[in-house]
Each structure stands twice: as structure tokens, then as C-alpha cells.
Ligand binder design. Sequence first.
Ligand SMILES: C=C(O[C@H]1C=CC=C(C(=O)O)[C@@H]1O)C(=O)O
Length: 442
Amino acid sequence: MTSPLDDRERAASSHPEPLVVRTVPLDAPDDLLSLLPEDAPLTWVRRGDGLVGWGEAARVEVGGASRFADAERWWQGVVGHAVVRDEVGLPGTGPVAFGSFAFDSRSAAGGVLVVPRVVVGRRDGHAWLTVVETAGTLGAAPDWSLVARHVAGLTPVRAPGPVAYASGAVEAEDWPAVVARGVAAIRSGELDKVVLARDEVATTAEPLDVRHALRRLADRYPTTWTFSVDGLIGATPELLVRSDKGLVTSRVLAGTIRRTGDDDADLARAAILAHSSKDLEEHEYAVASVARALAPYCSSTNVPDAPFVLHLPNVLHLASDVTAVLGGGDAEGGPHPTSLALAAALHPTAAVCGTPTEAARDLIRSIEGMDRARYAGPVGWVGADGDGEWGIALRSAELDPDDPRRLRLFAGCGIVAASDPAAELAESRAKLVPMRTALASD
Ligand SMILES: C=C(O[C@H]1C=CC=C(C(=O)O)[C@@H]1O)C(=O)O
């Protein structure tokens, strides 16, 4: 990513020419990922459905505490001026922006929204093509031949070759001491929960072709959301917020146990996790933070009585699907907040920060020893009507914009009074597995 903007004026001044946007139906392509170019692929895909995009019709970079509000204002300006003909009318048709935002308002990573020139989307057997022009008027309807020509020009996906791993900001063996400081702060009553993370640096033999990693993530972790936005890639199991015609959904995860690879043993571990008071406590803080953040915007919020166990290939998580209906609360009578505004209101949940939020953020700043950049921040897309989907950028890596062989991989763990630092280190290793597997060439 180029240097972020952190003043409102520059963010506001990057309005493009009015966009001319046309969406037409397509026969559903079998495989969205096979359409991606090597250069700057944009991706939000789960179980074969979702959006892929390429090219750049418009872009804004934002920074600081106002990063979400500035991005929102820019997007409203873009869609307010756009000429749109949408022949499909589903979530994700018409103009969309892919985005990702830094975890911490102080991070230089800031945030970005990108409007692709071409988007192909797929949902429940329906598919569409959106083409965005930056000059001119609505022309002839595009069709599959445009995508076919694009695909014919794609380079084959390249494997990255051997990968070398090195410590990030904190050596792995030193990280339990960081966790121990978190536990001590909790036991002394400073806060209830903190989520502490660490990074590691991967260096690939060949420049990374992001498509290689995305394919492996999507194949191995089909229940997660595989994403790629401006050099941030991953497969997150955690949905911060989906907003779809007034219905809001959030998949909250917190509380983890590693898988053994043996199905019977893993079933026993799922039962242990479902009854672990330490993990249930971690989970409860995360769910409460989501319910609290949604309350001002929603007339009703449904929080399941107890979490279910989400099975992923590397770990099992406690999970709760929280749903809510927009309207009522403090927002009574006003326009519905967009999915981006909801993501801003929810971020950071106690699944990635802690409880109370401010105390946890301060502790993270003082003991974690690294800049999380866009790890653990919102990543996803927003449409012209404000509906969209935003995940939390977990199980992720950030490419070095100056070196296509270098990436930072991230993993974090929720810490409560009963946490054991050595066990948290093992859990963080398990959470690095998806990205490590994504980079492998076997
Ligand atoms: C912070 C991460 O995971 C969060 C999501 C699920 C379970 C978590 C846990 O059990 O600690 C974390 O709250 C991460 O993967 O980097």
C-alpha cells in the first residue's frame, strides 16, 4: 500500500470522475478464483460464492481515528455521483468497494477502499458481471466475452517455492512472557480480557503469486471467508458484520482448542471446549461487546444462549451467530447505517482487543511490541446501498509492498485470568497454520 492519508481533506479530494457502472447477469462461472489476475486481485469468497474483482476505477486511502468516517464519506460521494444500471439487483451488484482497515487508529496502515474496474459475483446460483468506467456514458452491455478475453490473457498461477520463516517483532519463545504480563494485569484487576498477538516473517523463494495462496486457503478452509485486498490476504472464520436489507449478522468467535488430526479425539476436545469455563468466559466478553455495539442501531438483537463449536481443519472455536434488525434504538427515524459504519461501530470487538476496550487497547499498545497494521481490522466490501460484508482480518498475512517475497503472518489469542502463557503460544502456532499452508508449494 502506498503511504496512507491521515487528513480528511486529502481523503475527500480523491473523488474520481463520476463512475459509469453496469451490472448484467452471467451464467454462473464454476470458479471465481480462476478469474483472478496476478496483479492486485480483489477477493471475498466463501464456499464458491462471493466477489472477485480486478483493475482500479477509484481508490481512497485513509488514516487515523477518522479512517472509517472518511472512507464512508468518500464512498457516499462516489455512489452519489455514479451512473448505475444494475440488471441483477442482488447484494454485491452495482458499484462495490473492497476495503480493509488498520486495527489501531495510530497505525500507519490506515485503511483503503478500492472500486474495481471489473467485478464478477456469484450468490446462490446467480452470477453477474459489473463493469465500471471512469469516463463516458453508459455504452453497450458487457457480456461473458469480456471475461473470456481477460481469462485468456492470464498468466498461469506460480508456486512461491521454499519459504523461510523468521521471528517477527517478538521472538516466539519470548512471547509467553508478554502473555504473562497480560495475565498479571488481568489478575490485578486492571481489565477482564486482552487479546495479544504476534507476527512472524515469511520469505518466499519466488515473488508471491497471491492466487496460489488464495486457492489453497479457499480449498482447505471452505467455511471461512477468503479475502485479498491491497496486499492483505487470508481466510477468516470470523464475520464482523453482514448487513443485508436491514438484517444484521455477526459470527463471533472466541475460545479455541487445537485439533489433533484424529476425529474421535477432536470430538472429545470439542466437548472439553464447550465446557471450558476459561474459554466460555473469553467468548462471553466477545459476544457482549458485539451485542453492546449493535444495540444503538438495532430494534432487536438475538444472542444465542450458548455458543456452538466451529470445526476448522486446524482449530475448534466457540462460535455464536448474533443477528439483529436495523432500526430503533438511538438511530430511530434516521437512515440505516451502512455496513461500513456498522463495522466501524463494532471495531474492535473483544475477540481481537479485550474488555474494557480502552484498557485492552492501551495494554496492547504498551506490551505487544508490534504494529498490527491491518491484521485484526475489518476487511470486506460495501455496496452502493450500504449493505455489505466485513470480516475480521484473522488467519492473515500482509505482503510487503516493497518486496513481493516478504510477508508478515499474524496470530493472536484471547487472554483471561485463567490463561496459561505456554498454551497460548501453542494456540498461536495453530492459528498460523492456515497461512503457512497457503504459502507451501507441495
Ligand atoms: C485473534 C485471533 O483469533 C480470535 C478469534 C477466534 C478465537 C480467538 C481465541 O480463542 O483467542 C481469538 O479471539 C487470531 O486468530 O489471530
